[in-house]
Design a protein around this ligand. Structure first.
Ligand code: PHE
Length: 360
């Protein structure tokens, strides 16, 4: 019944817009609130509604009747030119509309990536931007002092004061609270790979996960670097997952994202948390591989990192690497958006200049 009321209201509003003569207004009134009008009919049907819902439905119908009656009256007045002036203004003129916004280009790209993977049966999960050293490094097989930590330069956070250190009940509790803080050095995550560990620790395979979000690296800002940017992490773990699955999934993704004719190639690479690892390039979408300034005449564009999840990582989350395997991949959203929309400067995404944002 509620839906019916809504439908009738919408139908009325649609018809109201088309009115251009008082005669048409009169006819519309009869069609909706006349003796056999649609709303009058609704009031007659109220006896079929459950008694508990009757007051609510009755109210809704009466409200609608009132709204229709008022709108028609206004319409009459406007059409007959009676009420045009109030405080010197024409109150029948349409009001001022505020400009309608839209999603930020980065959000649009994230949504598009998520949609593609959702169709491939991946589940979307969220991760935390504040992480501990363990999830950003150790669990991903990046030990302390390992040179590869440099590649993921990191913002560390001042440890918060644990509530127990502020009002310790006993000396022992205070020492324990302090130890806890020391154990979990906090940082702003420098990669979304942290989500792999968070999910695998909690859940058993099979898993197909996609997770998008902000990451932070203390890079000097320039046309291609920003100390905050977005990544999308994806991974799949199950029995007998192999490199072919990774290639299949990524090739489907790339064709959906960049078009059917785009070529893909894998270049051997190193990531501590995947073995073997690769960087994935696509044929330049701007020059179709012929060579241009964006692809630096190479004809190829690097767009993501990927590989088979390192057995050590699987072991750490309590999986048996002899039975379970998986692949993971990670990509920078700004990079993909820049290529897709042919944008030369990453800073434009974060300046909130409406003249730039309007274009998407
Ligand atoms: N985390 C890597 C990076 O930030 C990307 C990556 C994710 C590589 C998953 C392999 C597997 O560069």
């Amino acid at each position: 019944m509620q839906q019916k009321i809504k439908d009738i209201r919408e139908e009325f509003l649609k018809n109201l817009q088309k009115i251009s003569t008082p005669k048409e207004a009169e006819n519309l009134k009869i069609r909706f609130i006349g003796r056999n009008g649609k709303v009058t009919q609704l009031l007659k049907e109220i006896k079929n509604v459950l008694s508990a819902e009757r007051p609510l439905i009755g109210n809704l119908i009466n409200e609608l009747k009132k709204e229709i009656s008022q709108s028609i009256n206004q319409c009459f007045l406007a059409l007959s030119g009676e009420v045009k002036q109030e405080n010197g203004g024409d109150i029948t003129l349409p009001g001022k509309f505020s400009a309608l916004g839209h999603l930020h280009p980065i959000t649009q790209v994230i949504n598009q990536i998520e949609d593609i993977f959702r169709n491939l049966n991946f589940r979307i999960v969220d991760g935390s931007e504040i992480e501990t050293e363990y999830y950003n490094f150790e669990a991903l097989n990046i030990p302390l002092n390992h040179p590869s930590r440099d590649a993921f330069d990191t913002f560390y956070l001042k440890p918060p004061s644990h509530p127990a250190t502020q009002s310790p009940v006993t000396r022992k509790q205070k020492t324990e609270a302090q130890k806890k803080i020391k154990d979990c050095k906090l940082l702003l995550r420098s990669q979304t790979s942290t989500v792999q560990i968070r999910v695998m620790e909690k859940e058993k395979p099979p898993l197909r996960i996609i997770s998008a979000g902000k990451v932070y690296r203390p890079d000097a800002t320039d046309a291609s670097h920003s100390c905050m940017f977005h990544q999308v992490e994806g991974f799949m773990v199950d029995k007998e997952v192999n490199f072919t699955h990774l290639k299949g999934i990524l090739s489907l993704f790339i064709k959906e994202m960049f078009g059917k004719d785009v070529q893909m190639r894998f270049r051997p690479h190193y990531f501590p948390f995947t073995e073997p690892s690769a960087e994935v390039d696509i044929s330049c979408i701007l020059c179709q591989g012929k060579g241009c300034s964006v692809c630096k005449n190479k004809g190829w564009l690097e767009i993501l990192g990927a590989g088979m999840i390192n057995p050590r990582v699987l072991e750490r989350v309590g999986y048996d690497p002899d039975k379970i395997s998986g692949f993971a991949f990670g990509m920078g959203v700004e990079r993909i958006a820049m290529l897709k929309f042919n944008i030369q400067d990453i800073r434009l995404f974060f300046e909130n200049d409406i003249r730039f944002l309007k274009q998407f």
